[in-house]
Design a protein around this ligand. Structure first.
Ligand code: 13P
Ligand code: SF4
Length: 328
């Protein structure tokens, strides 16, 4: 049965979501890559670090997470007493898929002198096998607290890891995962767009491959890019990350122009995250109504995963929402 067929005809979804969020004492958290209508009704929209902090702090009984599964899992790890619902349980992530826990455990075992610094875009099992979790906004702050001679495994995003290696002169061993969305940007098409708008700076997410990052004037998390959009002095900005974030830019700065970086054919939808796109108003309504699908995590596993997330929250304490990795 599709979400549509489970909803009585004529249901006013926004009205029902607003009624249910009160009735359930629910907080709705949304990532910047969500559809505009979900961003607009959320209690809070943010990057992965900000959303983790909100999930850890909230006094709501229910967290409805408009994002992908590793984000909802993180909310449950940090707030086990809450009911955490995800509108679509199939909302995964190519980075998480690239890193099966058994293979990650074997990789760790082959490098016993290395600590595992792991990007939050991974499964709960991989978090449990890691020493410290990072997000794109906290990676720099956290890495700079780790002694230069400490060998490190960084996974699962080889582009973020490679960017940090280049910027900090580290030699972290990289897990070979990529984000299919950021991998799809085309350097040739980006340069064509730049030639048409030579005055426009390029802001890129560090999940982009180096041939995109090399052209960026600013590199940072989604919040960092949004902050850059709000502060750069020009009129036009080229945005090399998932294009739904442009909704926030256009709301905050209607007089400016934000151009999404193109994919290979110059005009495809390949930069829209197919996992994030699974969440809809219909599915949010249903998950608030039914309190399903719900995130459940076995307690021993949760405690192990929480240790690496707690370390992230402690070590990132000084990191504000600007999510600033800055330029390489
Ligand atoms: P941030 O929002 O932390 O920059 O992460 C982006 C992302 O990969 C979401 O999947
Ligand atoms: Fe995963 Fe990339 Fe989608 Fe983020 S944008 S959820 S990293 S596939």
């Amino acid at each position: 049965m599709t979400a549509q067929t489970q909803i009585p005809a004529g249901t006013d979804l926004l009205e029902e979501i607003n009624r249910l969020r009160k009735e359930r004492n629910a907080v709705i958290l949304a990532h910047y890559y969500q559809r505009p209508e979900l961003q607009d009704l959320a209690d809070f929209v943010g990057d992965s670090l900000e959303l983790s902090r909100k999930a850890a702090e909230t006094d709501a009984d229910v967290i409805a997470f408009c994002g992908v599964k590793f984000m909802a899992d993180t909310a449950k790890i940090l707030s086990p007493e809450k009911i955490v619902v995800l509108p679509d349980m199939e909302a995964g992530c190519s980075l998480e898929d690239s890193c099966p826990p058994e293979k990650f455990a074997a990789f760790r075992a082959r490098h016993p002198d290395h600590i595992a610094l792991t990007y939050i875009n991974c499964s709960t099992e991989v978090k449990a096998l890691s020493d410290v979790i990072v997000t794109s906004s906290s990676a720099e702050t956290i890495l700079s607290q780790i002694p230069a001679d400490q060998p490190i495994i960084f996974g699962p995003d080889r582009h973020l890891g490679g960017y940090l290696n280049r910027k900090f002169g580290r030699e972290m061993l990289l897990w070979p995962g990529v984000c299919i969305v950021h991998e799809a940007f085309s350097e040739r098409e980006l340069l064509k767009l730049k030639a048409e708008h030579p005055e426009a700076p390029i802001a890129a997410h560090p999940e982009c491959p180096p041939h995109i990052i090399d052209h960026a004037d600013y590199v940072g998390s989604t919040s960092g890019i949004l902050n850059f959009a709000k502060t750069f002095p020009g009129q036009t900005l080229i945005v090399a990350t998932e294009p739904h974030i442009i909704h926030q830019m256009e709301k905050a700065l209607p007089e400016k122009v934000f151009l999404g970086a193109p994919g290979a054919d110059g005009n495809c939808n390949c930069n829209i995250c197919p996992y994030m796109a699974l969440n809809t108003m219909e599915k949010l309504y249903l998950c608030l109504r039914d309190l399903e699908p719900r995130i459940e995590i076995e307690e021993d596993l949760r405690i192990k995963a929480k240790a690496s997330l707690d370390r992230m929250l402690e070590m990132a304490a000084g990191t504000v929402g600007k999510g600033d990795l800055g330029r390489a």
